[in-house]
Design a protein around this ligand. Sequence first.
Ligand code: GUN
Length: 285
Amino acid sequence: MAQIIDGKAVSASVKEEVAKEAAALKDSKGLNVGLAVVIVGNDSASRVYVNNKKKACEAVGFQSFEYALPEETTQEQLLELVNTLNNDCKVNGILVQLPLPKHIDEKAVIDAISPDKDVDAFHPVNVGKIMIGDYSFLPCTPAGVMRLIESTGVDITGKQCVVIGRSNIVGKPQAMLLLQKNGTVTICHSKTKNLKEICLGADILVVAIGRAKFVTGDMIKPGAVVIDVGMDRDENGKLCGDVDFASAEQVAGYITPVPGGVGPMTIAMLMKNTLTAAKQQAGIQ
Ligand code: GUN
């Protein structure tokens, strides 16, 4: 039976580290850390995420600046706001919640965020830095996954690591981070042949494919570390992950639950990136 990786506990310890450092910066340098969160339109899931980000800012002692813009906001207006935030010294990090309404080009908006304030690490400059291992910010979800793997005490060096999913936000950067820790990395996706055989060879399996209960226990190597990035609904509308938890926990060595696994880590790593941004902008390493 697998050991459950407690994402809430690991996330709380990251936030505690961040809160302590933010308080020390305030005391010693008079520095207030600030995060601007921009949301356009009325997507209800986005609204929940943005509220959680605001709450996390309060919990770690950051200022948060929310910009809730109407659905009909033009791309030009949004770019103007991003430009204003780029030049606002109270704002250390800028997060534009995705998805944006269809009439707005997401890429143009991401490209407009100053790479120094891009706490999502979505800007091409930051993506490129991850590729060469010279980064300030790591994308929040893959960075959170790395902390969860670290919490198991399992050393990644030389391990067979399989990532299912090739998105720019999770799969691709996740593979790079595992590679930097000396894993032997395979990236799988919807067109991969022999997926089951590849998964069965994985010592560390990260699943980010966006299909409910896609990975079952018979696809998992006994004792493997299984990290489930999915956030799906099952046939009864209940929240579940990309891994069939009930069968997987019989085989895996360590496994993340959904909810309570990767989810809480994403916001904790966002707080950590915002602190890093503030320190860099103040010339503190
Ligand atoms: N929408 C869903 N997840 C994310 C995220 O991590 N960052 C942003 N900006 N938008 C999202």
